[in-house]
Design a protein around this ligand. Structure first.
Ligand SMILES: [Zn+2]
Length: 87
């Protein structure tokens, strides 16, 4: 059950209007999604992971564009590396 988990501490820019985006990043890549909060540097429990990366998404409050990016999980730690930004 659940909807999504929240990822804090991320900053990126909207590829369309270049607005700075710093909040309301969500992911559906954890098991048992239940509005937990994680941030880069946090330990992600092994039993909650489904893969070694996390697809994180938000929508731009300015223009409504869907923005997604990828955070890697290094060992058990969520890292801040963003390996893709796509529409
Ligand atoms: Zn925008």
């Amino acid at each position: 059950m659940g909807i999504y988990d929240c990822i804090d501490g991320i900053t990126t820019f909207c590829p369309r209007c270049e607005k700075k985006l710093t909040e309301d990043f969500h992911t559906k890549d954890f098991k048992d999604m239940f509005l937990n909060h994680y941030a880069p540097g946090d330990i992600v429990p092994n039993e909650r992971r489904t893969k070694q990366s996390l697809n994180v998404y938000t929508s731009c409050p300015e223009c409504g564009m869907y923005v997604s990016l990828c955070l890697m999980i290094d060992g058990d730690m969520l890292t801040y590396q963003i390996s893709k930004v796509e529409e």
